[in-house]
Design a protein around this ligand. Structure first.
Ligand SMILES: NC(=O)c1ccc[n+]([C@@H]2O[C@H](COP(=O)([O-])OP(=O)(O)OC[C@H]3O[C@@H](n4cnc5c(N)ncnc54)[C@H](OP(=O)(O)O)[C@@H]3O)[C@@H](O)[C@H]2O)c1
Length: 344
């Protein structure tokens, strides 16, 4: 008899998430009530934002309590439904939990019915055609106001969002520099993703000097995925009236009690910079146009898709730890081995 395997948080996370911070429990598969539907999860989208819910402190979503099932986005297939808008067989994306089966209703956060096209893998709808691709697209266009000929710098450039942002900026006719944490990632973004230059911050004592040497004209857009020391240095490279797109600050997610100091903020005034944060779910009206364009580019082979897939729900904590320690390239996700599959 299949059970619902769920990954729970058993210790508040300090520093990088560890396997021992989580446990797996089994509970009966829930039955959908009025207006609800039951989804069998197929892929978990591993996201740095989840880290902010694991240390017991308020963030833009409530913290996950000890013993609670970890909250995270997933793609799944509807199995049973008491909701007229969602029929068995439908594929949906939503903010669910790390579990085999989830109960959803029309108010579930981020709920979106997916219409996978042709033989496009479903996993693409949580990466390049999901949150990573659309975040990169919306950030560059709505916040960065990207234009051909501009100079764009992207941090965590071999990651899910950064890798997409760099490829989009190249397709928009920009000069693109990526900042990454290893030589392998530097090679990948220049040789396979088409970035013009790469900087490995672990081997570059002064990021500002390195960027200024590669872009003496100054940086029009800094697409910031990391914050911390990289942001501090990038403030010294910006063109007058440049724009910093604040997408994320992963350099501080594992050290929220002791965030990195930013000492160069005067440059925002001196260079008349615009520094703007954004969260994708406030820009839902911009997503359909972004998706149309991304689907075309991927179908035409103009965007290369990079996925880091871990198999099996039991390996989710280890996969999450890998993501948060910079060991992944491209979109990190978990493909579920559901009890039905493993029983075959
Ligand atoms: N605003 C939004 O709506 C939105 C939506 C999605 C994601 N985001 C943000 O976008 C950023 C990237 O997310 P993602 O899902 O695409 O993850 P990702 O880039 O695939 O993976 C995270 C990468 O961050 C880098 N990193 C990890 N720790 C770091 C540290 N201490 N200092 C500097 N870099 C570090 C690592 O790359 P290196 O090895 O190259 O350092 C790692 O591979 C995150 O900050 C996330 O919160 C924001």
């Amino acid at each position: 008899m299949p059970q619902n395997r769920q990954v729970t948080l058993i210790k508040h996370v300090i520093g990088n998430p560890k396997i021992e911070d989580f446990a797996m429990i089994e509970t009966p598969i829930p039955e959908p009530g009025p207006g609800q539907f039951l989804v069998r999860n197929l892929y978990f989208s591993l996201e740095p934002a989840i880290r902010g819910w694991l240390d017991g402190k308020a963030n833009y979503f409530p913290p996950i309590p000890l013993g609670g099932v970890v909250r995270g986005p997933s793609v799944g297939r509807v199995l049973k439904s008491n909701n007229p808008d969602h029929q068995p067989g439908d594929i949906v994306f939503a903010l669910n939990h790390w579990e085999d089966y989830s109960i959803l209703d029309s108010d579930t956060i981020l709920l979106q019915k997916l219409q996978p096209k042709g033989d496009t893998p479903i996993s693409y709808y949580i990466g390049p055609l999901g949150g990573s691709g659309t975040t990169a697209y919306v950030g560059l266009h709505e916040i960065g106001h990207i234009q051909p000929g501009q100079t764009v710098v992207i941090s965590a450039a071999a990651g899910a969002t950064g890798g997409m942002a760099g490829q989009i900026a190249k397709l928009r006719g920009c000069k693109v520099i990526g900042i990454v944490g290893s030589d392998d990632k530097a090679k990948l973004i220049t040789e396979e993703l088409g970035f013009d230059h790469a900087i490995n911050y672990n081997k570059t004592p002064g990021i500002a000097a390195a960027v200024n040497a590669l872009a003496p004209e100054g940086v029009d857009i800094y697409y910031d995925n990391v914050g911390g020391p990289t942001l501090n240095e990038m403030l010294l490279t910006m063109k007058v009236q440049g724009r910093i797109v604040c997408c994320g600050m992963i350099a501080d997610y594992n050290r929220t009690d002791n965030p990195n100091p930013i000492t160069n903020l005067w440059e925002v005034v001196a260079r008349q910079l615009t520094m703007q944060g954004f969260l994708l779910h406030y820009y839902q009206d911009k997503v359909p146009a972004a998706l149309d364009q991304l689907e075309k580019w991927i179908a035409e082979g103009k965007i290369k898709v990079m996925e880091h897939i871990t198999y099996g729900i039991a390996n989710t904590p280890a996969a999450y730890s890998e993501l948060m320690s910079g060991k992944t390239i491209g979109k990190a996700l978990v493909a579920l081995d559901t009890p039905e599959d493993t029983a075959k």
